[in-house]
Design a protein around this ligand. Structure first.
Ligand code: 5RP
Length: 252
């Protein structure tokens, strides 16, 4: 990778500052080293996963990988994979995925994740909970002490029917953690953001630690109207973290 800024003309070497996107690319390329010919691959979604999908396409084109079957986790990744000539399939045909590679929004010390700020959490969870190995690729800004602790949203995919009612129930569920639930919108008119599955996303913001993650997950999933949430508990087998000091590989 090239440094993001030109090196200075002075004799002492200047530190190379990598951009966040360059760090994402480093993590993605490292993850693709786990890919072997003949594998069924879960193809993640987002700006980090995009680099991994590009790299897989490149290795196929160069004849360095063969007989790969990709299972995309979103319409966007599907389009990208098609444009790269990656052969595609789905979970109906390939219910067991050898390896999935995807980004994350938050990673805690136990390799639990928040995903879905790109809006693709349902398909991601379907694919990534069906794989033998799930490699997560992040730059170090995604590391948190506890999920929901970055001050950013925890997404929950819900059906559009009476979404205000469901959003209110979600907010009430976590009232003790100071939860605020907001509908994700998009575009200038602030229309509801619609997922690939025709659903809406409610974003949960927490003022305090949400505590027992498994209990929180169960409670969210028990609410009628909820389709899936963005906590990926105990699913990642490896997390590759790219930072200014290099790449770290954390295994479960
Ligand atoms: C999409 C996701 C993404 O993997 C997550 O949002 C990370 O995105 P990025 O790699 O662009 O930072 O879960 O639903």
């Amino acid at each position: 990778l090239m440094p993001s800024s030109p090196s200075s003309a002075s004799l002492s070497p200047s530190p190379v500052i990598l951009t966040q996107d360059e760090l994402k690319k480093i993590a993605a390329y490292k993850a693709v080293e786990y890919v072997e010919s003949g594998m069924v691959l879960g193809l993640g979604t987002g700006s980090t996963a995009k680099h991994a999908v590009n790299r897989i396409g490149e290795l196929l084109r160069q004849g360095k990988l063969h007989n790969i079957v990709g299972i995309p986790t979103s319409k966007k990744t599907h389009e990208q994979a098609v444009s790269l000539g990656i052969p595609l399939s789905d979970l109906d045909t390939h219910p067991v995925v050898d390896l999935a590679i995807d980004g994350a929004d938050e990673v805690d010390p136990f390799l639990n994740l928040v995903k879905g700020r790109g809006g693709s959490l349902l398909r991601e969870k379907m694919v990534e909970s069906s794989c033998r190995k799930f490699v997560v690729i992040v730059d170090e800004s995604k590391l948190v002490k506890h999920l929901g602790g970055s001050g950013l949203a925890m997404p929950v995919e819900i059906v559009p029917f009476c979404w205000k009612f469901t959003a209110h129930r979600l907010q009430t569920l976590f009232a003790d953690s100071g939860c605020v639930a907001k509908l994700r919108t998009s575009g200038e008119e602030s229309e509801p953001f619609v997922t690939d599955n025709g659903n809406y996303i409610v974003e949960l913001y927490f003022k305090k630690d949400i505590g027992d993650l498994k209990a929180a997950s169960d409670e969210i999933l028990r609410l009628a109207g909820v389709v899936e949430h963005g906590m990926f508990l105990d699913l990642a087998t490896t997390v590759i973290v790219a930072g200014e000091l290099g790449v770290r590989v954390k295994n479960k």
